[in-house]
Write a protein that binds this ligand. Structure first.
Ligand code: SF4
Length: 340
């Protein structure tokens, strides 16, 4: 069966300004690994120090015991009648499949029934048939695969590593053909990694039989210290034709991020805007309802950049989100409700 080419990612999206403040986050992103087996030229792993040291300061792998604290803590929401989170995504600045406990972490997350969907974002280079079997048995809902080229030569040029492209396709095919009903595979490549329409066609031909959805995305600026000039070179969002128009960063209003050591932060920005706690000491509910988190939202609402240096230099959210995700229209109401 041929995969569906995804061109519109807005399907089923909620208008965020109509539903904030939320009783619980819609999604959590967990940094499962800060190590990677590729060194893509545009990523912290390709850029090297000092970016890499900053990303790896919280440790290399998110551990199963930390995942248990996270999931058990999330169950507190259920007692309050809050529906499960939309999703927990194991991703971040590293390759989740390098985490030796990743399948057990997914299994524990699924058994906890704290989210509707578990997601892994991966380059799939470490995907073996054995690991595929474990992830399928664990109940992984969605595997999002990032492809870095359509030949082994392109992988070497763009990711600095020898990757056997035929073996990579076979590994993905194995997962796709063995997965159970309801489990999905999404594959994407960056537009910037394809040089011509012929290469786009070759990418589709190579992968459309081993995924449910296939897409072209765009490179976006997420690193601090990029100059205005550098940032202005990017004219498109990650999967939209334009950059979203919004003053207030919406990310902390609907999601939280968890680092490898369990630290809870407002976003996955490599240099944390705010550390709100740690899942080993506090539940996500305690953070979500706590003064520190509300204080952060208030600062964000008061001047839209909250006087935090890392936020002031950040435009990442405008490139990764859509206009429907803006909370600007709710600013006055939120200010009243949160007492700004
Ligand atoms: S403005 Fe940037 S750094 Fe600040 S919370 Fe939003 S995404 Fe994170």
């Amino acid at each position: 069966m041929k995969a569906q080419l995804v061109q519109d990612h807005s399907h089923g999206r909620k208008i965020l300004s109509e539903i904030v403040p939320l009783p619980a986050p819609l999604s959590l992103t967990v940094l499962a690994s800060s190590l990677c087996n590729l060194k893509c030229t545009y990523c912290v792993h390709g850029l090297g120090a000092p970016w890499l040291e900053t990303v790896q300061r919280n440790g290399h792998f998110f551990k199963l015991e930390t995942a248990k604290e996270l999931v058990d803590g999330l169950k507190a929401f259920c007692g309050k009648g809050v529906p499960p989170l939309c999703r927990i995504t194991y991703a971040g600045y590293g390759e989740p499949l390098l985490n030796p406990e990743i399948a057990d972490i997914i299994a524990y997350t699924k058994k906890g029934r704290v989210c509707k969907e578990t997601v892994i974002v991966t380059n799939a280079v470490a995907l073996t048939s054995e690991l595929s079997d474990k992830l399928i048995d664990a109940g992984l809902d969605l595997m999002r695969i990032s492809i870095q080229g359509i030949t082994s030569k392109e992988y070497l040029e763009q990711s600095g590593r020898q990757v056997n492209i035929e073996k990579l396709v076979q590994s993905i095919q194995y997962y796709y053909s063995h997965k159970k009903a309801g489990q999905r595979v999404y594959i994407k490549i960056m537009n910037e990694q394809l040089k011509s329409d012929e290469e786009r066609a070759a990418f589709l031909k190579m992968f459309e039989d081993c995924c449910d959805e296939i897409a072209f995305e765009s490179l976006v600026p997420v690193l601090a210290n990029a100059s205005e000039e550098d940032i202005d070179q990017f004219q498109k969002g990650i999967n939209t034709g334009s950059v979203a128009q919004m003053r207030i960063c919406p990310l902390p209003f609907y999601s939280l991020h968890v680092m490898t050591d369990g630290s809870i932060t407002t976003c996955c920005y490599y240099d944390h805007a705010a550390v709100l706690g740690n899942v080993c000491q506090m539940s996500i509910q305690e953070v979500w309802e706590g003064e520190q988190y509300h204080g952060f939202l208030k600062k964000m609402l008061a001047d839209a950049k909250c006087g935090i240096p890392v936020c002031e230099g950040c435009k990442a959210y405008a490139y990764t989100m859509r206009n429907e995700d803006s909370v600007d229209a709710a600013q006055d109401r939120l200010c009243k409700e949160l007492g700004v």
